[in-house]
Design a protein around this ligand. Structure first.
Ligand code: ZN
Length: 704
């Protein structure tokens, strides 16, 4: 998966470590899964038929089953003795070696996690909103355990061929793992039957239910690709899924092993827990990546698109034995996603991306926080970015041909099985005819980031990175004044990435003439750098800054609007009129700022001023995505202060299923509780709420 904020250091959930227990003596082969989600009750009714083979005599066999009630448990179609605990169901029976058995489980589940029901709650009048069009149900298996909705295996080593049949109201679309074989409608309900040909670990199970249309593509190899979208987003399909076929074709050619599943689907969902999750053949991703073409430069789906696709080989086809080998998933997916983007956006993109992550990893390492890639508790920065770097350096060491052959051998040898880092390194040593123990020590076993080697590699491969490193060295050592050093480097280069970084990092050393030149570069990226600088706008550059409001970037527009509004009060109405129609990124960055500034600007559009402010205040409501809500909470808190409804929305947000948004909301709530007046208001407001709704707040209020 891709974490929402890859560069924020968050500790990866190491899923296989804690509770998974591998049953060596039995092998589950096939599962026929029938599930029926009940949206309004947030429950799942299901029946699963497993086929398994007994490898050694055993007295019992178990499955992970979190909070699941069983209506029937049958072994070879006969009732059998079974025991349930909070987390498992165990069948007690002497089972004979080399025999195959059928196990049927009928159950109902009320998932506390893993399955998310969004938009089905009561409306404002307390009526049940019977099947709203924007209702969604989706799953997140990795780190959350599919055993919350299906008796299955938290252990990643149990690989099963799952065929799913999912039944729901006929007006919604259902997407899941495997090829859709048929649908059947009966009494307003539709059953969607999916078929897989090969086995996978349970954490890769997934489904999404919602109101969707789809774009259909075919890869050069003939694999069908389906890109899903909400019906109202048809104009966003092209920019969102831009380069999908190119990425797919690149991945198959680069990896050298054909895509290992029947088809590939990508499904955006609301308020997803991460950026994306690589369920086998059915990637689910955050709809915050569903964008128009202006947002493409600011925040596109390309990296996540490529990352989750790469996992279909690295993670899904060959799966880590446990968390010690997590590099084999995230490092590889990150690396191949960077390669795909190198193909699309060019070498500069690739080397500057590596440069950026090296800076972070080096800082981390210098602070004594560095981690070895074999540490199962390492942060995502280590698994993803250091993991990608390790592959860059390994390829550099053994050469392209050997590297590609080694990857191919590794995947083919272990296909549909579990792997360790040694399995991978053995193949690489074999194919490279080279002892790799120094590489292993430095890149896999050590917690120190080898910055010197990395810098040497970058300087040798990218002239623009080399120039940047040289510039930084000159700025600290040369006797020449810094302004002229920067100017000299600016003039000597025609590299966009280089110049954008020069602006971002050293704009304070730019003369007005040089800044003017930067504006005239016509590069959206360099100009975005200018919009993001924080110094006061000089009068002689006013027109230049004003021109930023027309750029094809919402980050540029937002920052330019704010800075112009602050710097030139007499022209505020002009700037507001110019940006009136702009909504911005999926988190409505431009619109929210615009509403605030329009509300604050004296004499601006007096008739509608109230409306502007109330629109802004409304954006904290659960109707909106967490990105919009978080933005709105931030702006309102800083400038306007919360209304009662905002506070109620904040209390609601403190129980949100996304931990990032929950944490943000709880921190904000905590800070309000330190002010007596706010605290009393909050206590007064909670009187109308039930216990579940104020759970977090109560723990806070009782503690203090
Ligand atoms: Zn990933």
């Amino acid at each position: 998966m891709v974490q929402r904020y890859v560069f924020v250091v968050i500790f990866c959930l190491i899923f296989s470590e804690v509770c998974a227990q591998h049953q060596e003596k039995v092998d589950f082969l096939h599962a026929e899964v029938n599930v029926r989600p009940n949206a309004l009750e947030k429950t799942i009714d299901g029946r699963v038929d497993y086929k398994f083979k007994v490898l050694e005599h055993v007295d019992s066999v178990f499955l992970d089953a979190e909070n699941i009630d069983f209506n029937a448990v049958l072994l070879n179609h006969r009732k059998v003795r079974y025991k349930i605990s909070d987390t498992t169901v165990t069948i007690h029976k002497k089972l004979k070696k080399n025999r195959n058995y059928d196990l049927t489980l009928e159950y109902s589940a009320k998932p506390k996690q893993t399955v998310y029901f969004l938009g089905w709650d009561d409306d404002v009048d307390g009526r049940k909103r019977t099947l709203p069009a924007d209702g969604q149900i989706w799953t997140q298996g990795q780190g959350k355990y599919s055993s919350h909705w299906l008796p299955s295996f938290d252990d990643m080593e149990e690989k099963v061929e799952f065929d799913l049949h999912i039944t729901f109201d006929a007006s919604y679309t259902i997407i899941s793992n495997g090829k859709l074989r048929k649908t059947k409608v009966s009494k307003g309900l539709k059953t969607w039957s999916f078929d897989m040909q090969n086995p996978m670990s349970s954490y890769l199970l997934g489904f999404a239910i919602g109101d969707y249309d789809k774009q259909e593509l075919t890869a050069s190899s003939g694999i069908p690709i389906e890109n899903y979208f909400y019906p109202q987003d048809s104009l966003r399909v092209e920019p969102t899924y831009r380069y999908t076929k190119e990425i797919f074709d690149f991945m198959e050619a680069e990896i050298g092993v054909p895509y290992p599943w029947e088809d590939y689907k990508q499904i955006p969902v609301k308020d997803f827990l991460y950026s994306g999750m690589e369920n086998t053949g059915a990637t689910i991703f955050s709809d915050a990546f569903v964008i128009d073409s202006t947002a493409f430069l600011d925040r596109n789906y390309v990296n996540v698109n490529a990352h989750e696709l790469a996992h279909q080989w690295f993670g899904n086809l060959v799966t880590e034995k446990d968390g010690h080998h997590h590099w084999l998933h995230e490092g590889f997916a990150t690396y191949y996603a960077y390669l795909a983007q190198q193909k699309i956006f060019g070498d500069d993109f690739f080397y500057w991306k590596l440069y950026d992550s090296a800076q972070q990893l080096n800082e981390f390492s210098k602070e004594g926080k560095g981690e070895a890639l074999t540490n199962p508790k390492a942060s995502s920065l280590t698994f993803y970015e250091k993991g990608a770097w390790a592959l860059v350096m390994l390829r550099n060491e053994i050469g392209d041909t050997a590297f590609k052959q080694g990857i191919k051998n590794y995947l083919n040898k272990h296909r549909y099985q579990n792997v360790t880092i040694d399995d991978f390194m053995d193949e690489m040593e074999l194919v490279g005819s080279k002892d790799l123990s120094t590489f292993k020590r430095s890149w896999l076993g050590s917690s120190v980031f080898p910055m010197e080697k990395v810098t040497e590699y970058l300087i040798g491969h990218s002239t623009s990175v080399a120039a940047f490193v040289k510039l930084q060295w000159e700025l600290t050592t040369s006797l020449e004044n810094n302004e002229s050093i920067v100017q000299k480097y600016w003039e000597a280069s025609d590299n966009e990435e280089f110049k954008a970084r020069l602006v971002l990092k050293y704009h304070k050393l730019f003369s007005h003439r040089l800044l003017k030149e930067a504006f005239e570069s016509k590069s959206i990226k360099i100009r975005q750098g200018l919009a993001l600088t924080s110094s006061k706008i000089p009068l002689e550059l006013k027109t230049n800054y004003e021109s930023l409001l027309d750029d094809e970037s919402y980050i540029t527009q937002e920052n330019a609007l704010y800075r112009l509004w602050i710097s030139f009060p007499q022209d505020r109405a002009l700037y507001l009129n110019k940006t009136k129609g702009s909504i911005g990124l999926p988190d409505k960055n431009v619109r929210l700022l615009w509403l605030l500034l329009a509300g604050l600007t004296k004499d601006y559009d007096l008739d509608r001023k109230e409306g502007y402010l109330s629109e802004l205040l409304d954006y904290t409501s659960p109707t909106y995505s967490m990105g919009v809500r978080q933005n709105a909470f931030g702006i309102i808190n800083e400038v306007l202060g919360f209304t009662d409804q905002n506070l109620l929305d904040l209390i609601e947000a403190s129980r949100h299923h996304s931990w990032q948004f929950r944490k943000f909301s709880r921190n904000l709530l905590d800070s309000l509780l330190t002010v007596d007046e706010q605290r009393n208001r909050i206590i007064e407001l909670t009187k109308g709420l039930n216990e579940e709704e104020v759970r977090y707040l109560n723990t806070k209020l009782n503690l203090e």
